[in-house]
Design a protein around this ligand. Structure first.
Ligand code: SF4
Length: 121
C-alpha cells in the first residue's frame, strides 16, 4: 500500500510517498530532509495531534476557558482526553499557561490554559 502525505514541518510542504506492508514501512520518498522522513514514520505508525478544546469555568468572565496540550498526544487518545476535559470545572481566576491537568492520560503532556480569565466582580 502507498500512503501519500504532505510534510507539515516547514512551508515547503514536500509530498511524501510511504510504501507500507501492513504496519511496516518499506520506503519513504519525496522528503527533502530527514525531518520529513521522521514525520512520515510517526504519522504512519503512531500519529499525534495537539488537543485544543474548552473546559467549564465558574465565576469567570466567560463560561468556558480554552485549553491546549503543551505537546502532541497520540491521535488514538484524543477522544478520551476530550472526555477528561469535559469533566473539568474550574474556578476563576486562571492565568494563561496554568496547568489544568498534568500528564493527561499518562501521555507526558499537560493540558494548559490558553488564555487568562479574570473572576467576575
Ligand atoms: S521534508 Fe523537510 S524540507 Fe520538506 S516539508 Fe518536510 S521539513 Fe520541509
Amino acid at each position: 500500500m502507498i500512503k501519500e502525505l504532505i510534510s507539515v514541518n516547514c512551508p515547503m510542504g514536500c509530498r511524501l510517498h510511504v510504501e507500507m506492508e501492513g504496519k511496516q514501512i518499506l520506503s519513504i520518498t519525496g522528503n527533502s530532509c530527514p525531518r520529513g522522513k521522521a514525520y512520515a514514520e510517526q504519522e504512519c505508525i503512531r500519529p499525534e495531534r495537539i488537543l485544543t478544546t474548552t473546559v467549564r469555568i465558574q465565576n469567570g468572565t466567560h463560561r468556558v476557558l480554552p485549553v491546549i496540550t503543551d505537546k502532541a498526544i497520540p491521535l488514538d487518545q484524543i477522544m478520551e482526553a476530550m472526555e477528561e476535559a469535559r469533566k473539568i470545572s474550574l474556578e476563576a481566576p486562571v492565568k494563561e499557561g496554568d496547568v489544568i491537568v498534568s500528564n493527561i492520560l499518562g501521555t507526558d503532556a499537560n493540558l494548559i490554559a490558553s488564555r487568562s480569565m479574570d473572576k467576575i466582580s
